[in-house]
Design a protein around this ligand. Structure first.
Ligand code: FES
Ligand code: FES
Length: 181
C-alpha cells in the first residue's frame, strides 16, 4: 500500500506473534445467577450484550448504553455496576446476579421486589430491573440511612416515568425492615 512500508525483519516478527483473538471468542468463566458458565466472548462484547443477546437474560435492560441511565445495573461480585460499561472479557471468574437471579429457588420474591410491587414503584417497568438491582447493592453498601440518602445514592438510576417517590418509599421500607438484600 502506498505510504506504508515495513522492513522484512518487522514483517517476520509480526508473523511470529501468537494469535491472541480466536475467531470464536476468548474463553471466560462466569457464575451467573448461581450457575457456572464457560463462555467464549469477543473482546468488544459488553457484559450487558452478553447477558441479553447471547444468554437470553433480557431482564437487564439497555437504555442509553453509555453509563447514564442505570437500566443495565447488575450485581458483580455483590456490587452494583453498569453492565453496559463492562467488557465481559475483563470479568473472567466473576459472579453476576441479574434481576432473574434475585428470587429464591421456591419462587418467592426478593424483599425489594415485593416492596416495589407493594409501593407501586413503577409504571412502564423498563427501569425497574436496574432500580431493584441497584437498590440491592445500595443496601449492601450500608451508606443510606434515610430517604434523602437513598434518593442521592440511587441518582444513577433514571426513571422516565417519574416513579421516584414510590421507588424511594419501597427501598426505605426494606431498609427499615433490616435491609434484607
Ligand atoms: S444502559 Fe447502561 S447506564 Fe444506560
Ligand atoms: S417505570 Fe418507566 S422508566 Fe421507570
Amino acid at each position: 500500500m502506498p505510504g506504508i512500508s515495513a522492513s522484512p525483519g518487522q514483517l517476520a516478527s509480526a508473523a511470529a506473534l501468537p494469535v491472541s483473538r480466536p475467531a470464536d471468542g476468548i474463553p471466560i468463566t462466569l457464575t451467573i445467577n448461581g450457575t457456572r458458565r464457560q463462555l467464549a466472548v469477543q473482546p468488544w462484547t459488553t457484559l450487558l450484550d452478553l447477558l441479553r443477546e447471547e444468554l437470553n437474560l433480557t431482564g437487564t435492560k439497555k437504555g442509553c448504553d453509555h453509563g447514564q441511565c442505570g437500566a443495565c445495573t447488575v450485581l458483580l461480585d455483590g456490587q452494583r455496576i453498569n453492565s453496559c460499561l463492562a467488557l465481559a472479557v475483563t470479568k473472567d471468574g466473576a459472579e453476576v446476579t441479574t434481576i432473574e437471579g434475585l428470587a429464591k429457588a421456591d419462587g418467592s420474591l426478593h424483599p425489594l421486589q415485593e416492596a416495589f410491587v407493594e409501593h407501586d414503584a413503577f409504571q412502564c417497568g423498563y427501569c425497574t430491573p436496574g432500580q431493584i438491582c441497584s437498590a440491592v447493592g445500595l443496601l449492601r453498601e450500608g451508606h443510606a440511612h434515610n430517604a434523602d440518602e437513598i434518593r442521592e445514592l440511587m441518582s444513577g438510576n433514571i426513571c422516565r416515568c417519574g416513579a421516584y417517590p414510590n421507588i424511594v418509599a419501597a427501598i426505605e421500607q426494606v431498609r427499615q425492615d433490616g435491609g434484607a438484600a
